[in-house]
Ligand binder design. Structure first.
Ligand code: DOR
Ligand code: ZN
Length: 349
């Protein structure tokens, strides 16, 4: 049986939701991750300091009492974002970063940014103060093929943006293409890579009929892109780091409206490990999971370690959402019903 330890990882891109879902899922992340950047696309998006403080309190209340897990809050940028609010929030450690959703790019993004140029003044201040900008990198123009939206965003929006703000600290989130991999490498950006984009290509959405379990945004692309992402994640290069984009949707909603998002937090570490093992790169996993992120964000690395064991690990079909001891809903996890080869055994002090 193979086993090894790594420094406790962080999740640099996570959706925690609110209410019952938050209460039922947070433990999957807080158990083995030190910190997570929490996405602000809640039902009422996190657009102000007060909303971020309130949301952080909800998260803290949902955590087990002894938990040392640290949620890192983000501000949701809109066309009306107040620059002072944003920068004050950053300087006072309320906001860790700002999140740019092009309007209607994905779940709960209708308040997002309609024209990136409208935010140039804000980016100027972010650049000056060192506040990171996290980008959902897809154009929303319905005339652009959905499989090309990341690539077009990079060429039409991101490229001019970084030319104008060369010192702005940018993370291109959940990258899905070889084009994004090269762009990130060549332009000194950071990028998160999800477990699902390392495992599936676009065929997964059409296997056995339309299958919304594998529908997320940006959508998985062709196989050559998945191969490029696997190479990037396992390369050890400092610009690539772990960000699950775990995005729970209750089964009834997912089945009904096919909303975008894959819930992977119950299996995230094991899912990544499987990929690193298949790529003969287990020795690079700690960099991707625990070192590159803190290094990019100038944060201390976590002190504790987690122990990883190579052991058959059957993933349940559903995770229950429980209220007052009653099952009131279910969420399908990534790898549902599959058997993975790895398991996190626990924390090592
Ligand atoms: O698939 C996705 N789901 N992509 C996103 O960018 C948002 C997320 C969600 O919030 O459900
Ligand atoms: Zn996301």
């Amino acid at each position: 049986m193979k086993t090894f330890t790594i420094l406790k990882p962080d999740d640099w891109h996570l959706h925690l939701r609110e209410g019952l879902v938050l209460k039922n899922i947070i433990n999957f992340t807080s158990k083995y991750f030190g910190r997570a950047i929490v996405m602000p696309n809640t039902k009422t998006p996190v657009t102000t300091i007060d909303k971020a403080i309130f949301y952080k309190k909800l998260i803290s209340e949902a955590l087990p009492k002894s938990s040392k897990f640290e949620p890192l809050m983000t501000m949701y940028l809109t066309d009306e974002t107040n620059k002072e609010e944003l920068i004050n929030g950053f300087k006072n450690n309320v906001f860790f970063a700002a999140k740019l959703y092009p309007a209607n790019a994905t779940t709960n993004s209708s308040h997002g940014v309609k024209k990136i140029e409208n935010l140039y003044e804000i980016f100027e201040s972010m650049q000056e103060s060192g506040m990171p900008l996290l980008i959902h990198g897809e154009v929303t123009d319905s005339e652009v093929d959905i499989f090309d939206r990341e690539e077009v965003f990079i060429d039409k929006e991101l490229s001019p943006l970084i030319q104008r703000f060369p010192k702005l600290k940018i993370v291109l989130e959940h990258i899905t293409t070889s084009h994004a991999v090269s762009f990130v490498e060549e332009n000194n950006l950071g990028a998160t890579i999800t477990p699902h984009h390392l495992h599936i290509n676009r065929n997964a959405m059409f296997f056995g009929g339309l299958n919304s379990d594998f529908y997320c945004l940006p959508v998985a692309k062709r196989e050559n892109n998945r191969i490029a992402l696997r190479k990037a994640a396992t390369s050890g290069k400092e610009c690539f780091f772990l960000g699950t984009d775990s995005a729970p949707h209750l089964r009834q909603w997912k089945a009904f409206c096919g909303c975008a998002g894959i819930f992977n937090s119950p299996v995230a570490i094991e899912s990544y490990l499987q990929v690193f093992e298949e790529e003969n790169a287990l020795d690079q996993f700690e960099k991707f999971a625990s070192l590159n992120g803190p290094n990019f964000y100038n944060m201390p690395i976590n002190k504790e370690k987690i122990r990883l064991v190579s052991r058959l690990n059957k993933i349940p079909e559903f995770i229950d959402v429980i209220d007052k001891n009653k099952v009131v809903g279910q969420i399908k996890p990534f790898h549902a019903g599959e058997t993975l080869n790895w398991q996190v055994e626990g924390i090592v002090n």
